[in-house]
Design a protein around this ligand. Sequence first.
Ligand code: IMP
Length: 199
Amino acid sequence: MEIVLATQNRDKIKEIREILKGIPVKLITFDEHSRELCVEEDGKTLEENAIKKAEVWMKETEKPALADDSGLEVDYLNGAPGVYSSRFAGENVNYADNNVKLLKMMEGVPEEKRTARFRCIAALIFPDGGKELFEGTIEGIIINAPRGESGFGYDPIFLIPEYNKTFAELGDEIKNKISHRAMAFSKFRKYLEIYLNKG
Ligand code: IMP
């Protein structure tokens, strides 16, 4: 069986491949497709965007497609940036621009009000229209200044209280065991085991 990974974000592909290491299906990424596909992420929720991305890639390849949409929800900002996490500071911005904007908006906010979570929705869409959703979350705190070098996106400013380290300080191995993406994709892995056993 082959499943298409419906994303062009290399950071995500790297993490998802690591999280799904050893699954008995071939994961195909855009490098192996005939062309790249740009999907506009104009949904109002992570669910809508994940489903849209998976559907577009499924139709293009005629294979089951798996997409992830994820975002950071900051309680003090009523859940922002949420579904707009990748373009929080505007169109064509980089990860650092988004972090700078978020840190500015959180300036002076006391630690107990800096709670946040990453949420990930993974959507699996089959060519016959079948659809499965898997959700993962992880709670953390937005710190005052970036710490750590690994990971991507908001990782340097997202601290996991249990470790007293940011995702960027924890490193890929631990992040890929505990992250929102790890949670969502391990639910996908369990689903897949049952699906494949049914024959
Ligand atoms: P999307 O799922 O492609 O829409 O991306 C959402 C955005 O959320 C990314 O561009 C990152 O800025 C952020 N994001 C998603 N997952 C992570 C993560 O694991 N660490 C840090 N930032 C993330």
